[in-house]
Write a protein that binds this ligand. Structure first.
Ligand code: AMP
Ligand code: TRP
Length: 343
């Protein structure tokens, strides 16, 4: 007779991460950071700058520390409060790499072979990619589960990686007969900001790696740059439609309305009611004003934080200590469960 599986019953914890591999953009902000801030008042939150993930593709060692600081400044400027949430660089906490190795021996090749992000990033060059890039989602599972993370606020592109984390957690619990040891981390993929597309092509997501800077709004862009990019954004010859169904075949328009919705907190339907029948000569300036009004204070704050790098470093160092305190005992339990030699 098989017993009913025991569910995880430990504390709830929010975990998420961003790579320090370039400037953050509006997609990162609306898809991830804005939700992180909303969660920190009610939950235990751990927000990580995932530098170990960043080096799965080449990063200049002279640049990496500053890139990490830039991301920390973006977290802080967006409203992540180090008194409420832990923020730290991944490489400062050894639990990540250690648990990732253990999970390498739990995850199956077939599972990783199905990961679409690797296929997208590697393209035809998969033989020339680092082993780390292939293994990236296993490290991500280790990030979350080293903290027994139960909720993971991310953009839509991370959905498949989260499914893999759940599979790894379930297989570990099952293989080692420790029901409920690891939770099943739930993605929090919310609202119109979960998938912001390129301003130049509504079928591609807004991305750090797009060669065209006009395709994205960077968190470091000033008011002028933001306005110009929105005014230049690709649209079509039509006007703003009346219903959301009519957006389906118009990816660029859908994206601009989605950005408006995500920033303003209004529904897409309400925005369409307000602007139906108007041309982009009216809608784009309104969107530009809204975006500037919301993003300019963040950009200013980011600059202020970056002018005091010592403060950022102190926050990251205290965050790393706090993160280690949570993750170290969890990984020590994993060692016991797996039967490693006790010192
Ligand atoms: P990355 O920049 O790839 O480290 O992503 C950091 C976070 O931003 C993750 O939660 C992503 O899902 C989210 N994200 C990245 N690009 C977008 C986008 N275009 N729209 C919405 N969310 C995004
Ligand atoms: N893979 C994520 C991205 O590119 C970043 C990431 C790494 C992450 N570890 C994580 C996100 C753990 C959430 C939880 O966006």
């Amino acid at each position: 007779m098989s017993e009913k599986p025991v569910e995880y019953s430990g504390p709830q914890r929010v975990f998420s991460g961003v790579q320090p591999s370039g400037d953050l953009h509006l997609g990162n902000y609306l898809g991830a950071l804005k939700n992180w801030v909303a969660l920190q008042d009610e939950h235990d939150c751990v927000y990580c700058i995932v530098d170990l993930h960043a080096v799965t593709v080449w990063q200049d060692p002279r640049e990496l520390p500053n890139q990490t600081r830039n991301i920390a400044a973006a977290f802080l400027a967006s409203g992540v409060d180090p008194k409420k949430a832990i923020i730290y660089p991944q490489s400062r906490v050894k639990a990540h790499t250690e648990l990732a190795w253990y999970f390498n021996c739990v995850a199956r090749m077939g599972w990783l072979n199905r990961m679409t992000q690797f296929k997208d990033k590697a393209g035809k060059n998969s033989e020339k990619m680092s082993v780390g890039l292939f293994d990236y989602p296993v490290l991500q599972a280790a990030d979350i589960l080293a903290f027994k993370g139960t909720h993971v606020p991310v953009g839509e592109d991370q959905k498949q990686h989260l499914e893999l984390s759940r599979d790894i957690a379930a297989k570990f619990n099952n293989d080692f007969d420790v029901p409920g040891f690891f939770p099943q981390p739930e993605p929090i993929i919310q609202g119109p900001g979960a998938r912001i597309m390129s301003l130049r092509d509504g079928t591609n997501k807004m991305s750090k790696s797009d060669p065209s800077d006009n395709s994205r709004i960077n968190l470091t862009d000033d008011a002028d740059a933001i306005s110009k990019k929105i005014r230049k954004a690709k649209t079509d010859a039509g006007v703003i439609p009346e219903t959301t169904e009519e957006l389906a075949e118009r990816p660029e328009v859908k994206n601009l309305v989605g950005i408006y919705a995500a920033i303003s907190g209004k529904s897409k339907a309400d925005i369409l009611t307000e602007y139906a029948g108007q041309g982009f000569g009216v809608f784009k300036p309104a969107l530009a004003d809204l975006t500037v009004e919301h993003m300019a204070p963040i950009t200013d704050l980011m600059k202020r934080y970056l002018s005091a790098p010592d403060e950022i470093d102190a926050i990251l160092s205290a965050g790393a200590d706090a993160a280690s305190e949570i993750a170290t005992p969890i990984v020590a339990d994993v060692r016991d469960i797996m039967g490693f030699w006790k010192v």
